[in-house]
Design a protein around this ligand. Structure first.
Ligand SMILES: [Fe+2]
Length: 414
């Protein structure tokens, strides 16, 4: 399978593609062997770190889908598992589907079968209600600029767990889907279909497609779960964080390490721009704010979505800073940081440039916008990730961009 053989228009239309031999047959045996070493390493850690109430294997025995962050477990002998994520059939396909000048690996997981039967999970979209922005805002960006983030399941063994509803990535739920989800979110949805993967095959899909893990049972499952985001596109991607820290780079071959160093640079540059935008808001510089927004999101359309996403980031910084100031040990600080944002180094680079007081001022700027994103009363919504949320899930707020900019800059002067 070559990147030029894929059909970005079909991907755009149905929200997913099933691709054969993403892992070439002659590489499959070695990939299985290397990944199994990483699973065993993680199992030992879970057993060591188990809680007092947990069985001897800890999370391996209790979770419906034990998930290994495999990049954190590699050494030189198993580094091919990470190099694979940079290949033509994974990275280059992703970049092409996103129509992105550059791209970066966002997450590297291995999803495993549980030790006992846990049955089906729930249908959902991989976004929360209103997070990182209301669904229709994300979809408008995706339609105009292609998906700016893609996710993969790549099977090391035949795998029929994942189902998708074709086309659901680009629309809200139908009334029929709403009824079905409210009634029972653990059975096939109308129009849903399984992604039938043979060993080595992959399914790549666009968030926020409706999808379902149809069964978590003990039949052997080893499924490589990857994410990729765009860089250099005209829009601020709706998945802009990352789920790894660069602790594994020392084990990579020089060429692969150089690729990850480039990803780090790209993220660092983006964080600097976000930092500039936030600093301008705190300092009251509308010129600095506009300049930063032009760099983060050059396109004119979709800017409201970018502002909503920035409000979420500002909220996280404001929520984290007081915790950080009360946390003395570096280990505790790291854990707290990871609970707030996934790539801890990335988050630290951003939060370090603001004091607790500045984070409060920043949030004051965004709060009027945040208020407009909420609906009265927290609601339990079927089909979304995360807990009950006070945020409107689908519709963007009834706000013009100029009005919003005025709201953010009300107490600032250029
Ligand atoms: Fe999901």
């Amino acid at each position: 399978m070559k990147p030029t053989e894929i059909d970005p228009d079909l991907f755009q239309e149905q929200g997913f593609l099933i691709l054969r031999n993403v892992i070439p047959p002659d590489r499959l045996g070695d990939m299985r062997r290397q990944f199994e070493i990483l699973v065993e390493r993680q199992k030992a850690i879970w057993a060591r770190d188990r809680g007092p109430e947990e069985p001897p294997g800890g999370a391996w025995e209790t979770r419906p889908q034990p998930r290994v962050t495999f990049c954190d477990r590699i050494d030189a002998a198993t580094a091919d598992t990470v190099s694979f994520c940079l290949g033509e059939t994974t990275f280059e396909v992703s970049r092409r589907l996103m129509a992105a000048p550059e791209a970066a690996v966002h997450a590297m997981y291995l999803m495993c079968s549980p030790v006992r039967d846990h049955g089906p999970a729930q249908w959902h979209r991989d976004v929360g209600p209103g997070h990182p922005a209301p669904l229709e805002g994300l979809q408008a960006i995706m339609k105009e600029f292609r998906p700016q983030y893609v996710q993969w399941n790549i099977a090391l063994y035949d795998d029929h767990v994942l189902w998708v509803v074709p086309g659901s990535h680009s629309r809200v739920n139908t009334p029929q889907e709403e009824r079905a989800l409210a009634e029972n979110p653990k059975v096939p949805l109308p129009g849903g279909q399984p992604a039938e993967l043979r060993a080595g095959d992959g399914v790549v899909y666009a968030l926020p497609i409706l999808h379902w893990a149809s069964h978590y049972g003990p039949k052997r499952r080893r499924c490589i779960h990857l994410g990729y985001r765009a860089f250099g596109s005209p829009v601020f991607p709706y998945v802009h964080w990352r789920h790894w820290d660069p602790v594994f780079l020392e084990h990579l071959m020089p060429w692969a390490r150089a690729r990850f160093e480039r990803f780090l640079d790209l993220w660092r540059q983006e964080q600097q721009v976000i930092g500039q935008i936030f600093r301008a808001l705190i300092d009251g510089s509308s010129v600095g704010f506009s300049d930063g927004l032009d760099r983060l999101h050059p396109a004119h359309s979709g800017r409201m979505v970018a502002l909503v996403m920035l409000s979420k980031l500002a909220w996280r910084i404001r929520a984290f800073k007081p915790i950080e100031s009360k946390t003395s040990s570096p280990e505790e600080r790291l854990q707290k940081m990871k609970s707030h944002w996934h790539g801890s180094l990335l988050f630290r680079e951003l939060t370090d440039s603001f004091t607790v007081e500045e984070a409060e001022v920043l949030w004051e700027r965004f709060k009027p916008l945040d208020d407009r994103l909420k609906v009265a009363g927290a609601r339990a919504l079927p089909g979304w990730q995360g807990p009950d949320s006070p945020y409107e899930a689908s519709r963007m707020p009834d706000l013009e961009l100029d009005e919003t900019l005025g709201m953010l800059l009300r107490r600032t002067r250029g």
